[in-house]
Design a protein around this ligand. Sequence first.
Ligand code: FAD
Length: 292
Amino acid sequence: MYDCIIVGAGPGGLQAAIYLGRFNRDVLLIDRGGGRTAHAKSIENFLTQKAISGKELIERGLEQARGFNVRIEKGLVTSIVKKEYFEIAAGDVLYRSRFVIVSSGVNDNFPRIDNLHTFLGTSFFTCVDCDGYKTTGKKLAIIGNTIESVRLALAMKEMYTDDITLVLYFYDPPGDYKEELKDQGIRLVKGEPVRVLGEERIEAVELNDGSRIPCEAVLSNFGFKLNDHFLKDLDLKRDAKGFKISVNNVNESSVHGLYIVGPLNTGNDQVVIAAGEGAVAAIDINKRLFDF
Ligand SMILES: Cc1cc2nc3c(=O)[nH]c(=O)nc-3n(C[C@H](O)[C@H](O)[C@H](O)COP(=O)(O)OP(=O)(O)OC[C@H]3O[C@@H](n4cnc5c(N)ncnc54)[C@H](O)[C@@H]3O)c2cc1C
């Protein structure tokens, strides 16, 4: 029986583990490996870290959590069931815990484009808050297929670069948006990108008709999916779209004792936000443990 089991060793789960470890609680952190933070080559917007890779941030966090006696297991959590306590299944093992923090993050929806992983996090980007700044003054291709992609192109023009090509698969923007793109000097191309070209750096995106769009950076705009399949047995409230999981001001979900931190809830997908939410959840759980 643990005081708290944490699912996911990203910034959210690690920060919660460090707090609960320092309250001398019995904590188990379960992580399957991989995750979004592992793809971040250079995080530049985290206080006091001029630049740190996601991998290093996680390695340092794991070491710090171990130092406060947090038990860390590698494993894929497949289900969580609420009885008097929580039962958490990972592989053949069933764990029991009084509280649970879920910090399993999200996964990008990637377009099917050859070679994109070579440049992911260095010049192929999916998140403006994370990497928009790195496109400053660059020749940029934005790939998407919705009105959001059009709005993103206009925002990128305002914030980062004048040299933008917007590639839409088949979506046809309303006339006033087309006018605005034209006025802003943003090139609009219809087609399906199939390959990123370049060895050390991105040189172009190739479309399925063989045409090439010269660029130095690519911003992909296809959203993300939640890593939440193991929560299917729980009656969790979601937002109006039935997508993100609703939480209260200490990040507790509609399931009593189960906390959700990071991008799975209504927050943004940022290291500092996930970590802050992890700390808030951990402090609240620690207070409630006095009543057990
Ligand atoms: C290319 C890239 C660049 C980025 N750059 C920045 C940046 O500059 N600044 C910034 O603030 N953020 C950046 N991010 C976002 C950031 O890395 C995290 O996504 C964010 O901090 C959320 O953290 P998290 O702890 O909620 O989730 P994650 O970091 O995604 O961690 C979730 C963990 O849970 C594990 N997991 C998932 N499901 C299960 C399961 N069923 N069982 C066990 N384990 C499971 C995953 O394997 C993973 O280790 C970037 C992301 C990417 C992809």
